[in-house]
Design a protein. Structure first.
Length: 535
């Protein structure tokens, strides 16, 4: 595997696992010091031992230091040692671990420590010395973070709340499916962050790089760490576009698109309009993902338009799903299968997209057969709608707050962290096994707001989350199967109607009513139909 060096600054770079033979090339790049942050034997026998790497480094004229760190368990002592190495050892410095993420996080933590020490010694404040007097710090200015802040202030207006988020735009992402079908204006899914930030909340425009729950601090990329009494972790999830080789290079051209990005959803509609014949492939990655129904919603709406134009008979449609079922709640599979048959869609289960060649219009898939054997298949396409693999953000995955899968580890009914009682999480980054949708967030806001204020008042946590999530399955233009369900696939319909029936009324709800509910109610702390169901 070729050596990959990522430059973080003029003095410091990171890399994934390096090999003995890489040391001479590293020296040729002008590196003077190598720091190994990966414990020996972490990856089995294929991973070279630190002692052997050190011999190769010395032979290449490099300084070498072994500072092993367990993934997700960076300690203050390790960050302090790393900060010392950055200050005292000859640079440029290259640090590596399995993927490079631990080394990058160590660098960010160490930089914060060096900034604090420099500030103390010089008796001058850093450039971004935020006021450190907040009752509640919320990480993330998406639906969960903004909605929760507004909800808390509706209940207790004197709370000192800060929201950390570097972005200057806020998006209503559920409408991007409709944008990709020509049914919604993309401009109406975007607003300035200043327009949705609740009055009285301090907005800190910074990147979070880590957490120190023992000290009750959030580590950011500028200025001192932020202290908190209570912490809410709601940064959303990470779309891993780079996990599929070739994808980033061709997104937005060569017929490759995705409704999972604001700038690409209009391209989806352009492709649908332009396509008169050929092959259209739609993909779904391994779970969990944001809005599990969105990959096939894009497919149904495209097929509906081609059917309307009399073109569907000329278009071959394939759905490659890395999972083994069409939808995770069995009640909704039969009505979806009716549309699969109607549109003559070729379903390919256990089929995962692994690479894209945009100019050649070819996509490669890894297919698992009934015996568990893997084989690779290459497919030509005229249109390719891709949903990328997804995960928690790196600063969550590599933190003490994460579980083994990288999500913020919470009690699924109270949404309180299982090890740090003063921390809560909601939205896509938390470990609760619910569908990751805006509808789930709407219910979770009430749970976290009430339980957090109960905790602050010394009362028990009484509000329980039932796992509610909703997926309006747009099976054709003008009709939707409104899938509402909770933990274990339990049906939780809001209205007394058969939820498995495609309805015009659900389309009206999705297209015309829910956007107003989002902007004018949810983000302003108004909780219409937002309480979890009572047992």
């Amino acid at each position: 595997m070729a050596l990959t060096i990522t430059r973080q600054s003029d003095h410091f770079s990171t890399a994934p696992q390096i090999n003995i033979e890489d040391m001479r090339e590293i020296a040729e790049h002008g590196i003077k010091t190598v720091i190994n942050n990966r414990p020996d034997a972490e990856g089995g026998t294929a991973q070279p031992l630190s002692a052997d790497l050190e011999k190769a480094a010395v032979a290449a004229g490099l300084n070498y230091f072994y500072l092993p760190v367990i993934s997700g368990q960076i300690t203050e002592a390790q960050a302090t040692k790393f900060a010392e190495l950055l200050k005292t050892k000859q640079g440029p410095i290259l640090a590596f671990c399995r993927s490079g993420a631990r080394s990058q996080n160590l660098h960010q933590l160490a930089s914060s420590l060096n900034s604090i020490n420099a500030s103390a010694s010089e008796k001058s404040a850093p450039a971004c010395n935020w006021q450190d007097n907040h009752d509640i710090v919320i990480v993330g200015g998406g639906a969960a973070g903004i909605g929760l802040a507004a909800s808390l202030l509706k209940r207790q207006s004197n709370l000192q709340i800060a929201i950390i988020d570097p972005k200057d735009k806020h998006y209503y992402q559920p409408a991007w499916t409709l944008v990709g079908a020509g049914e919604f204006d993309p401009k109406n899914t975007e607003r300035n962050m200043t327009d949705v930030m609740p009055k009285g909340v301090t907005w800190i425009r910074a990147e979070v790089v880590g957490f120190d729950p023992e000290r009750k601090q959030v580590l950011i990329d500028q200025g001192n760490p932020l202290s908190y009494q209570n912490l809410i972790v709601a940064p959303g999830l990470k779309l891993n576009w780079d996990a599929i080789p070739g994808l980033q290079d061709t997104l937005g051209e060569n017929g490759v698109t995705s409704n999972y990005r604001f700038d690409l959803a209009p391209y989806t509609w352009s492709l649908v309009q332009a396509m008169k014949s050929g092959k259209a492939i739609f993909t779904q990655p391994p779970m969990p993902i944001k809005c599990a129904g969105a990959p096939q919603k894009a497919m149904y709406l495209s097929c509906s338009e081609w059917e309307k134009q009399g073109l569907l008979k000329n278009i071959e449609v394939e759905f490659h799903n890395a999972g083994a079922v069409l939808f995770g709640v069995p009640t909704f599979v039969p009505p979806l299968m009716e549309y699969v048959k109607r549109y003559d869609i070729n379903l390919q289960f256990n089929s995962k997209l692994i690479s894209v060649d945009g100019p050649a219009k070819k996509a490669s898939f890894e297919f698992k057969d009934a015996q568990g054997n893997l084989q690779q298949v290459e497919k030509s396409f005229d249109m390719l709608h891709v949903v990328p693999p997804q995960s928690a953000p790196d600063f969550v995955k590599n933190s003490p707050l994460a579980n083994a899968e990288g999500w913020v580890e919470v009690d699924q009914v109270t949404l309180q962290h299982v090890r740090y009682p003063n921390i809560f999480s909601l939205g896509d980054a938390c470990s609760s096994p619910n569908a990751k949708t805006a509808a789930a967030v709407r219910k979770q806001i009430v749970v976290v707001a009430e339980n957090l204020l109960s905790l602050r008042a010394g009362r028990s946590l009484q509000t329980r989350y039932d796992g509610y999530g909703s997926c309006p399955l747009t099976v054709e233009k003008g009709r939707i199967v409104l899938a509402e369900f909770g933990f274990g696939g339990k049906l939780l319909p809001t209205f007394p109607l058969n939820p498995a029936v495609p309805r015009i009324s659900s389309w009206i709800l999705k297209k015309y009513i829910l956007p107003s509910v989002y902007w004018d109610l949810m983000l302003k702390g108004r909780e219409w139909l937002a309480r979890p169901s009572e047992e």
